[in-house]
Ligand binder design. Structure first.
Ligand SMILES: *Cc1c(COP(=O)(O)O)cnc(C)c1O
Length: 397
């Protein structure tokens, strides 16, 4: 019997160049981002400059986490307590958590059969709720039809914040994910596309938004020391009115991240080679459904999602169990009991007037998810996919 033995939570080591730079930072003792010498650009400054250049946007703020970036993004967007925020029902807990943290009220939008946000439900809820903010989570790297998204945003005058935790390196029609919206947020947490343990980025084209984000992030009155930030005059009006919500990036993590950002595209290619191997093998099993993806979407296959449409709850639970006994770890988004990193929308009970979303529940009920760490070889990926196919066949009867 085929068994897989590697760990699904083992990421690659930090590039040697990053380790050396991190050691240099530690030797210097100057870990705080503003603890730089006159005229010096700190590792954090350089990281921001490089990530802004990668994305092709003028402004970038590195901060303490992706969830933190989402939180201050909404505040920098001008969200007031009680304001409604349209948001995917299928996402991870830090997303509604960030809305709550900023005083907003999530308006959950259904998931569609392709695992993207349901655009009909989005239009309906935009009209019904009167929300002026839209936090679009490109959940698990699935990019919805961005042309239609932008059209909806324009018609309903929505301020768009993109959650790019799983689309760093992805694009739609050649346009990078994170450059469609008014603000984009990224994560550098260990299981995302770059790894500094914790960390995040906020990017935008709007100088006044970035000025507020920098103040919120805890710049004190050192805001003019941001090289990927707007000119000083943008801070004149807001510097006394914007609270310091301390959540800075530090030079140690920035040093670890810089070589990863410069190598990001090559890493994305590696993910996609692995994804395609798994996808092709699973395509040979009719019980497994992997939704087709648009030609416009250049995704990053750092994880794969599939469903078992003909399977009931017990069968899915068996697939998860037997796969795990054979070393293949699948996450089940339909599980009644929130487990591990996954939870279903109905476990975020702090949300006011929580709707019931039968369509989302139905789609999530058979939805499985698997990480593809780059510590897996291409042969490992073939073995994993073969195991999944065998287990699915075994549980079919
Ligand atoms: C990880 C994640 C976040 C939050 O990022 P952190 O850096 O862990 O705070 C937000 N959205 C999605 C979809 C994520 O997967």
């Amino acid at each position: 019997m085929k068994i897989f033995e590697k760990s699904f939570t083992q990421q690659e080591p930090i590039p040697e160049q990053g380790i050396e730079a991190a050691v240099d930072v530690m030797r210097s003792g100057r870990l705080h981002r503003y603890n730089s010498l006159p005229g010096e650009q700190s590792e954090t400054d350089l990281l921001e400059i490089e990530f802004a250049a990668y994305l092709g946007v003028p402004y970038c703020l590195a901060c303490s986490s992706g969830g933190y970036a989402l939180h201050i993004a909404m505040r920098a967007a001008g969200l007031q307590p009680g304001d409604k925020v349209l948001c995917n029902a299928f996402t991870l807990a830090p997303v509604p958590g960030a809305i709550h943290n900023s005083g907003g009220v999530p308006v959950l939008v259904d998931v569609a059969d392709d695992y993207c946000i349901d655009l009909d439900d989005l239009e309906l809820k935009a009209a019904e709720s009167g929300a002026k903010f839209f936090l679009l989570s490109h959940m698990r790297g699935h990019l919805a039809d961005m042309d239609r998204i932008m059209d909806i945003c324009q018609r309903f005058n929505l301020f768009l914040i993109e959650d790019c935790a799983h689309t760093m390196g992805a694009s739609w029609n050649g346009v990078k994910s994170g450059t469609f919206g008014d603000i984009a947020c990224f994560s550098a947490q260990t299981y995302k596309h770059v790894n500094s343990g914790e960390g995040g980025f906020l990017t935008t084209r709007h100088p006044e938004v970035m000025a507020r984000a920098i103040m919120y992030s805890g710049s004190y009155m050192l805001f003019d020391r941001h090289f990927a930030g707007p000119p000083k005059e943008f801070f004149d009006q807001i510097r006394y009115d914007t609270p310091n919500y301390s959540g800075r990036m530090d030079n140690l993590r920035a040093a670890i991240l810089r070589p990863q950002v410069s190598n990001l595209d090559a890493q994305c290619e590696k993910w996609n080679r692995r994804y395609i191997i798994i996808d092709n093998i699973m395509a040979g099993c009719p019980a497994i459904h992997v939704p087709a993806r648009s030609d416009a979407e250049k995704f990053v296959g750092s994880s794969i999602q599939f469903s078992l449409p003909g399977f009931d709850v017990d069968q899915i639970a068996r697939v998860v169990q037997i796969s795990s006994e054979r070393g293949v770890i699948l996450k089940w988004f339909g599980n009644n009991e929130p487990a591990d990193y996954t939870s279903r929308y109905d476990s975020w009970r702090y949300i006011q007037d929580m709707p019931t979303l039968p369509k989302t529940e139905q789609i999530l009920s058979t939805l499985l998810d698997m990480r593809i760490p780059l510590t897996f070889s291409e042969n490992d990926c073939a073995l994993i996919a073969e195991i999944i196919v065998e287990v699915v066949r075994e549980c079919q009867n």
